[in-house]
Design a binder for this molecule. Structure first.
Ligand SMILES: Nc1ncnc2c1ncn2[C@@H]1O[C@H](COP(=O)(O)OP(=O)(O)OP(=O)(O)O)[C@@H](O)[C@H]1O
Ligand SMILES: O=P(O)(O)OC[C@H]1O[C@H](OP(=O)(O)OP(=O)(O)O)[C@H](O)[C@@H]1O
Ligand SMILES: [Mg+2]
Length: 302
């Protein structure tokens, strides 16, 4: 592929491996962005849109987007701040995956159990900027100077091993389930940053003519994200209970109410957040709803 074949195309950066990769591929399929990645090539042309996908490490994507080398990208909020690119990037959409927290962790049974107690000691992390900002504030508040300030040391991975290896008194690393942290005999004592995957674009786009295509792709991806977040809930309810029912399932705009052959009853159809489904069904049963059905969404535009 030569540079000419990219001419006029929207460049869209996708994490090439790691925790966000598979989820991003699912989003692309859901948005009908068709491509075939030959022999793991890092740039590939989309068949049905003037787009080229660029597969990059998640942590490199913020500076590519921020500097305008690519037009659109998906990465974590954590690495955007770590790359000091927040001002150069516009967050277009939160994607609802890649959710985790950057946390200060120490040995469970050790003498250090607060960030203040850890200040001035050795902290190992892959997030030097975020950790530096966090401990700098604490060092200032404790009036630590020179050699007495917290020593932040960078490692590229396996951060959780640093305490056991005697390299650190504490670490700053990502936590989702907490399995990695617990397996290393560590526990969290503070949160530095919450994060999730986001769709981003440059705050000063170089190619204004690409804006309509960016809007289209954003709308499609938003539809896929919403389809994963909502279900459709349908049920029958006595007309006299309709007010209580619609306060349980108010829908996004309003629920759809349809008459039934039996005039005392109506059917209700409403979008409900997937995570609240069990709770909503319990409440509907309590007020006498019958034939409660839940339908997953393949795709939507809401
Ligand atoms: N356990 C996790 N759960 C959810 N999201 C995560 C988790 N670990 C990392 N992330 C998110 O994914 C982003 C990329 O991290 P990841 O570790 O997948 O990339 P990587 O380090 O480039 O890949 P690899 O770990 O394969 O070397 C992080 O910046 C964070 O936003
Ligand atoms: O709380 P958990 O669910 O255990 O997830 C947290 C772990 O996930 C990430 O590592 P990853 O699996 O990407 O491996 P890495 O350390 O090689 O990046 C992160 O760096 C933590 O180590
Ligand atoms: Mg990783």
């Amino acid at each position: 592929m030569n540079a000419e074949s990219l001419d006029g195309r929207l460049l869209f950066a996708i994490p090439k491996k790691g925790r966000l990769h598979e989820k991003c591929l699912e989003l692309l399929v859901g948005a009908d962005i068709q491509f075939r990645r030959h022999q793991r090539l890092d740039v590939c042309l989309v068949k049905n849109h003037p787009i080229a996908l660029v597969f990059l490490p998640a942590s490199d994507i913020p500076s590519f987007v921020g500097k305008g080398n690519v037009d659109l990208g998906i990465t974590g909020q954590d690495v955007i701040i770590e790359a000091k690119m927040e001002k150069h990037i516009t967050e277009v959409l939160q994607l609802g995956f890649g959710k985790c927290a950057l946390q200060v962790q120490v040995p469970e049974a050790g003498p250090i159990q607060t960030s203040e107690a850890l200040a001035g000691k050795r902290v190992v992390t892959s997030f030097e900027v975020l950790s530096g900002q966090y401990f700098s504030k604490i060092d200032d508040s404790l009036q630590l100077t020179g050699e007495n300030r917290t020593k932040i040391e960078y490692v590229g991975g396996s951060v959780e091993a640093a305490c056991a290896l005697g390299l650190a008194d504490g670490i700053v690393d990502l936590v989702e389930s907490g399995d990695t942290m617990r397996a290393a005999g560590l526990h969290a004592i503070a949160t530095v940053q919450q994060t999730e995957a986001v769709l981003i674009k440059s705050s000063k786009p170089k190619h204004e003519y690409l804006e309509p295509l960016i809007k289209l792709i954003t709308s499609r991806i938003a539809g896929v994200v919403a389809a994963g977040k909502y279900v459709v809930c349908e049920y029958n309810i006595l007309r006299s209970k309709l007010h209580a029912a619609t306060s349980i399932t108010p829908g996004r705009r309003a629920p759809t109410i349809s008459p039934l052959e039996d005039e005392e009853w109506v059917a209700v159809s409403s979008m409900v957040e997937k995570s609240k489904t069990a709770d909503v069904m319990d409440k509907l049963v309590t007020i006498g709803a019958e034939d409660i059905l839940i339908f997953n969404l393949d795709n939507c535009r809401v």
